[in-house]
Design a protein around this ligand. Structure first.
Ligand SMILES: Nc1ncnc2c1ncn2[C@@H]1O[C@H](COP(=O)(O)OP(=O)(O)OP(=O)(O)O)[C@@H](O)[C@H]1O
Ligand SMILES: [Mg+2]
Length: 497
């Protein structure tokens, strides 16, 4: 690490209408360091990085790169300054191939003459460098699982001659296997003198990969800290402004009758003869590597994908689920993995997104009770400590983590018999995670059967009463609470004994 900062941001301010997202932030990044940027949902992390990457303009402040004042007027300008960004809500062109996506912004430079073979070779080399030679550069990006789309996004950054890499929650869609590979790449870049900015809500990872942390709270700077010698609870304290006792709230377990039974489900290549049941008040965890078929199983069960074979029983009665609205009618809710595509209707108001699944209950003989609807929406959002301006604001004005809370609030409002949560805490801060665990406990206490898909090992171990592990579309094992260990989960997920 040298003394001269690679990037210096001075007194940055930014408002969105009435919301003051950044109130005079100072930020430094040095050569050869991995700098964590931490804070609760809505603290201003993404906004600060969007300003550095030219995606947003600042209201006031100064940016210096290598000691010189620069104006970052566009994403292209930022890239030209050697800054590469991977956004929290990453943007790839789904209909284009992996190779095209990686070199997308430079395709035009060759004036219409594109050498496909060379392009694919170059893309293949980058993927190999990352340890992902199994991704075919010719595949359409839209056909890849989210985790692999993320890898493509990272390759895109690597393909540029950058010195600074900004990663906004890069591991949210990865499992430990891919995360380890990503960390190898990050360490390599750091040793080559890059400066890396790393935004994450997973503090274990921050300690693994980062050297220092800059902490924001409500748009202000809390401070910058050396991580050596610090503990998770110290960081939480700085971020949240108070000490937190236990990350996993205690729960009284009271498991009743079977509510849902799925038998011999088959859908596509990733759901192959999957059977399981959930009981009232039970939290059933689903663990597996990316691409193991967990999300696909839940989607088929919910009617979001075609169920080719299999039987579903609710409280002992056979039911037909041909589409999501039939699932909802039967009292089954699903919080999808990809909130951007399915969980939240970004352009529609927050109110609408919250009460959507339950809209009929606010109407009586054709008269819609708006006041009641707003009350219910407000309460659900408040229970999750969601930070928003007005109920009528579009959902895309929310920070990433707060969008996730809106997607979850919808199912709180609906009152389901079974709730399926696919990566429910992805992207939410530690305080909100705890809220979500409390809500899971509360739902379970009320007798809801709960299925949680999670790639966060610590989380799934702590909240589940029982865990099913999937691998290549099949269930490879079942662990009762007392049998759950990290080692067993990894063995079953990777198919080694
Ligand atoms: N386009 C926008 N319009 C209106 N408000 C916005 C917009 N983008 C961000 N905000 C607001 O600015 C504040 C900071 O948001 P930002 O996305 O920077 O938070 P964050 O720290 O990245 O949070 P998270 O951990 O949830 O991703 C939030 O209150 C958010 O609602
Ligand atoms: Mg963010």
């Amino acid at each position: 690490m040298t003394d001269k900062p690679l990037i210096e941001m001075k007194q940055i301010t930014k408002s969105y209408g009435g919301i003051r997202a950044l109130k005079g932030i100072d930020f430094h990044l040095y050569q050869g360091e991995v700098r964590a940027l931490l804070g609760e949902n809505g603290a201003g992390k993404s906004t600060l990085m969007k300003i550095l990457s030219g995606a947003e303009s600042m209201d006031s402040g100064e940016i210096l790169v290598n000691g010189e004042t620069v104006s970052v007027t566009s994403p292209k300008r930022s890239r030209d300054l050697g800054i590469s960004t991977i956004y929290q809500e990453f943007i790839l062109a789904p209909q284009l191939s992996v190779a095209e996506n990686i070199f997308l912004d430079r395709l035009s430079e060759r004036k219409g003459l594109i050498c496909w073979k060379a392009l694919c070779q170059k893309a293949g080399a980058l993927l190999k460098q990352m340890g992902f030679e199994n991704i075919d550069p010719m595949t359409k990006v839209g056909d890849l699982p989210v985790a692999y789309q993320q890898i493509v996004e990272i390759c895109k950054a690597l393909s540029r001659e950058a010195r600074v890499l900004i990663l906004d929650e890069p591991t949210a869609v990865l499992t430990f296997h891919e995360i380890e590979k990503l960390f190898q790449v990050i360490r390599k870049l750091r040793d080559e003198g890059w400066g890396i900015i790393y935004i994450s809500h997973r503090l274990e990872e921050v300690f693994q990969i980062c050297d220092r942390a800059t902490i924001l709270k409500d748009g202000t700077l809390v401070g910058a800290y050396e991580l050596r010698g610090m503990e998770k609870k110290d960081l939480v304290n700085l971020m949240v402004g108070r000490t937190m006792q236990n990350y996993y709230p205690p729960r009284e377990i009271n498991i009743g009758q079977e509510v849902l039974r799925a038998e011999h489900l088959k859908a596509g290549s990733l759901v192959d003869d999957v059977s399981f049941q959930v009981r009232a008040g039970e939290v059933l965890g689903f663990y597996g590597l990316v691409g193991a078929g967990r999300t696909e199983t839940m989607r088929a069960l919910f009617g979001a994908d075609v169920l080719q074979e299999g039987e579903i029983r609710l409280e002992g009665n056979k039911i037909q689920i041909r589409n999501p609205s039939e699932a909802v009618k039967n009292g089954i809710g699903l919080l999808p993995e990809d909130r951007k595509k399915e969980g939240v209707l970004l352009k529609l108001p927050i109110r609408w997104n919250t009460t959507l699944s339950n809209i009929k209950t606010f109407s009586f003989w054709g008269i819609h009770n708006h006041r009641r609807e707003r009350e219910v929406a407000r309460k659900a959002l408040k229970d999750l400590h969601t930070k928003y301006g007005s109920l009528e604001d579009a959902a895309n004005s929310l920070s990433g983590g707060n969008q996730q809370k809106v997607a979850l609030a919808k199912w709180l409002v609906a009152g389901c018999k079974v709730v399926i949560l696919d990566e429910p805490t992805r992207g939410v801060d530690i305080g909100a995670k705890r809220e979500i665990y409390s809500i899971i406990n509360e739902l379970a206490r009320a007798g809801t059967g709960i299925v949680v898909v999670s790639s966060e090992m610590e989380e799934i171990m702590n909240i589940s009463d029982r865990i099913l592990v999937m691998r290549c579309g099949k269930i490879t094992g079942e662990l009762k609470k007392e049998e759950i260990t990290e080692q067993r989960l990894i063995q079953l997920a990777m198919g080694v004994s």
